[in-house]
Design a binder for this molecule. Structure first.
Ligand code: FE2
Ligand code: FE2
Length: 379
């Protein structure tokens, strides 16, 4: 049977091949050899490693690789100025003023930036290496590394893929995860209130653009606060993307990859949500940026507070899941799979992350997304 699978035509469904193999093996072998001895699962796992990818599985992983390359790019920008530079995450020399403002949110902020960056680098490397090991084309966005990035002290000045200088952040994930009554999968048109309305209504830097941004103190603190909200906004997106894509995987191994990387994005989200909370509670909040007018409210005080806004309510509130007639459940949301990859491209585009990128960049990213969205679980 393993011989049969090695001859499996490229792109054929592994499962359908296993099925054909079982039919050929006959009922006796099936009973005695596989089910009887209980080796079916282990054998299937082993065979999965040898099989080539379906077109859909390759597309899912290629889109994930592209997203991870983009994540790596902006996390490196954060690490250059506000993280820890070492042999795991190199580049830049640190910006003491920016770093001290991040540390007002949490003393360990630079460590968390470093570790998040390290994670994204390995996600990108693993996914591309896995694609190559299966004879698939890895993803490169290098031709699009054209953006300027920060010119402030500490920046390497290298060309970038992503823009952290003009962000517009949808911070409604804050109340989406605190709501016990609504799930976007069941009510796609429900509007969850913003945590920081100002961030959703303008264009704000999450890094000092130049050393001119390092003062006055409330301005650079607002930039650090914006970074904390940006980090959580991105990572909650990753928390939805992976389970949504996993529902389209055909190979158990590709499913395993998606459901093993996905929860690390959620660990990031959870961490950053807590740091963002420090930006919207005393002693830092309320805070108005004297340069841009951006306002960070104190979400602990009226008209905020309560279940929907209180900063330390960072565990997901149980909410309706799959059907309003079933009991509420603490879950990642949304996880609906239809059009998820294109949804992520639109989400990242509308936050301004790709401001200044070429039409070719968007064309390439959208092509990867539409191929991923066309993937279907083949069973
Ligand atoms: Fe990642
Ligand atoms: Fe991430």
């Amino acid at each position: 049977m393993s011989q049969n699978l090695e001859k499996s035509p490229r792109g054929a469904s592994r499962r359908s091949f296993v099925k054909r193999g079982l039919v050929a093996a006959g009922a006796t072998t099936l009973g005695a050899g596989l089910l009887g001895k209980g080796i079916a699962f282990g054998q299937e796992e082993e065979l999965a490693s040898d099989a080539s990818l379906t077109k859909g599985d390759a597309a899912l992983l290629r889109f994930a690789a592209a997203v991870e390359i983009l994540e790596t790019d902006f996390w490196i920008q954060y690490n250059e100025l506000g993280g820890i530079r070492d042999n795991e995450v190199s580049g830049g020399s640190g910006n003491p003023v920016y770093t001290s403002k991040l540390q007002k949110l949490d003393q360990d902020f630079p460590q968390y930036i470093h570790d998040n960056t390290d994670d994204e680098i390995t996600h990108e490397r693993f996914l591309n290496a896995y694609l190559k090991s299966k004879g698939e084309e890895p993803v490169s966005l290098e031709p699009f590394r054209v953006l300027a990035g920060s010119a402030a002290t500490g920046s390497s000045g290298k060309p970038r893929l992503t823009n952290l200088m003009q962000l517009t952040l949808d911070t409604s994930w804050w109340t989406r995860y605190r709501s016990s009554a609504h799930n976007p999968d069941l009510e796609p048109n429900f509007k969850f209130p913003q945590a920081v309305k100002g961030l959703s209504q303008g264009e704000f830097p999450a890094l000092p653009r130049t050393d001119a941004d390092l003062h006055p103190s409330a301005h650079i603190q607002a930039i650090a606060n914006t970074a904390a909200f940006h980090m959580a906004t991105i990572e909650q997106g990753g928390s939805s993307l992976y389970p949504a894509m996993a529902q389209r995987a055909t190979s158990v191994e590709v499913l395993r990859i998606l459901i093993s990387i996905g929860p690390t994005e959620t660990m990031h989200f959870q961490t950053w949500q807590d740091k963002a909370g420090a930006a919207v509670s005393p002693p830092l909040a309320p805070l108005t940026d004297p340069t841009t007018g951006l306002f960070f409210p104190n979400l602990e005080a009226p008209p905020f507070g309560g279940e929907l806004f209180t900063a330390n309510l960072i565990m997901p509130e149980p909410c309706p899941f799959l059907s309003p007639s079933l009991p509420r459940c603490s879950v990642i949301r949304p996880t609906a799979t239809k059009g998820v990859a294109m949804g992520v491209v639109n989400f990242l585009t509308s936050m301004g992350l790709f401001m200044g990128q070429s039409p070719e960049f968007f064309e390439f990213l959208k092509q990867l997304a539409s191929e991923a969205d066309a993937a279907r679980r083949e069973i």
